[in-house]
Design a protein around this ligand. Structure first.
Ligand code: NAD
Length: 361
């Protein structure tokens, strides 16, 4: 029995309706255990931009720093112009270094595969996403081209790929600890160390060191990222927890979501030393804004990860059973979960949430 103080970021586009559906489901899930939520509701994104002059007002970060746990609806990032990504800013500001994305098959979801249960652990702060790059013909790019002694063409733009011992150790350790806490058997490190001998080589070297501390408890193996893609398409049932750098993690997360039925069912967690932010993998789907149409499952399953993080194990199990049962029945589900996307019997976002709540009663 506990009261959980949680920051609730409503987001924009379809975010507010998805967040509202998820909030109701989570409250119902913990109620039976006698627990409750004390939501600190804050606004970020396109809608607050007009009044606050920024898409990420200070009170949002302050609230998360205070409560240490947040649930977030998707937030739009304008392409080419406008503000920088609020999603990336939140992960950076709060040093949420681990992006954990379970890819699990729920019976009744349309997919070419069944029985998949993989967890992708992606490093969130380093690699080619560090934002250290220089444009073509710039003096900085020129200096690096000079240093490369003929290996790089003069008309190249340059991106830097930093992979540190510290960053690698904490993400690999996170993957192993996750494996232990969740009864998982194996961690697979994924990189391309045959080509990037120093950066990806260091990733493997540190991963092996960390793996030694877990010997006898969790198995360890390694795959090159290209071979891993084929393995996941051909034999996904052979894999358990996969740990990788930022770029490979970004790409393999979408591959993993595709294996289990797509964005509508792909949840995520961004985790730091003492802070965690839970959000779906999908974006704000702005064309459906205000239509009570899109699938709340991905955000509800992100809420399920939050329940596990908060040690609300009974509530999490109850919720997972209810979600599985609604999806398996296939009646009270949104349009994207129907075999025919124009099926007139598809329900809306809030009605699917109602069906899940009813199963927990
Ligand atoms: P998107 O995920 O918002 O939508 C792509 C398509 O996927 C939609 O048109 C819809 O057909 C489908 N879809 C997405 N979510 C769905 C759901 N819950 N139920 C049913 N169908 C769903 O991707 P996009 O159009 O590339 O991005 C829109 C905006 O969201 C962009 O500004 C992008 O930067 C942003 N974004 C935010 C996050 C985040 O908040 N973490 C993540 C990804 C993208």
């Amino acid at each position: 029995m506990a009261t959980h103080n949680v920051t609730l970021i409503r987001g924009d586009g379809t975010g507010p309706e998805l967040v509202e559906a998820t909030r109701r489901v989570l409250e119902a899930a913990v109620a039976t255990s006698g627990s409750s939520f004390n939501w600190d509701v804050v606004e970020a994104g396109v809608d607050i931009m007009e009044t606050a002059g920024t898409p990420l007002p200070d009170n949002v970060l302050a609230s998360i720093r205070k409560h240490k746990v947040a649930l977030k609806g998707p937030i739009t990032t304008p392409i080419g112009t406008g503000f920088r990504s609020v999603n990336v800013a939140l992960r950076k500001e709060l040093d949420l270094f681990a992006c954990v994305r379970p890819c699990k098959t729920y019976e009744g979801v349309r997919s070419r595969y069944d029985n998949i249960d993989i967890v992708i652990v992606r490093e969130n702060t380093e690699d080619l996403y560090a934002g250290v790059e220089w444009p073509v013909d710039s003096p900085e790019a020129g200096k690096i081209i000079d240093m490369a002694e003929g290996k790089i063409r003069r008309d190249a733009a340059i991106s830097i790929k930093p992979i540190s011992r510290t960053g690698t150790r904490r993400i690999v350790k996170h993957a192993f600890d996750y494996a232990i806490e969740n009864g998982r058997k194996k961690v697979t490190a994924v990189a391309k160390a045959n080509i990037m001998k120093y950066t990806d080589g260091l990733f493997y070297e540190v991963a092996r060191e960390v793996a030694k501390d877990y010997e006898g408890r969790v198995e360890y193996d390694e795959w090159l990222v290209d071979a891993m893609c084929m393995q996941l398409v051909q034999k996904p049932e052979n894999y358990d927890v996969l740990v990788m750098e930022n770029l490979y993690g970004d790409i393999l997360s979408d591959l993993g979501a595709g294996l289990v039925g797509g964005l509508g069912v792909a949840p995520g967690a961004n985790i730091g030393e003492d802070t965690a932010l839970f959000e779906a993998t999908h974006g704000s789907a702005p064309k459906y804004k205000g239509q009570n149409k899109v699938n709340p499952t991905a955000l509800i399953l992100s809420g399920l990860l939050m329940l596990r993080y908060l040690k609300e194990t009974d509530a999490a199990n109850r919720l997972e059973k209810a979600v599985s049962s609604v999806i398996a029945e296939g009646k009270d589900v949104t349009y994207d979960m129907k075999p025919d996307r124009n099926d007139p019997t598809a329900v809306g976002t809030s009605q699917m949430a109602d069906a899940i709540i009813a199963r927990m009663a």
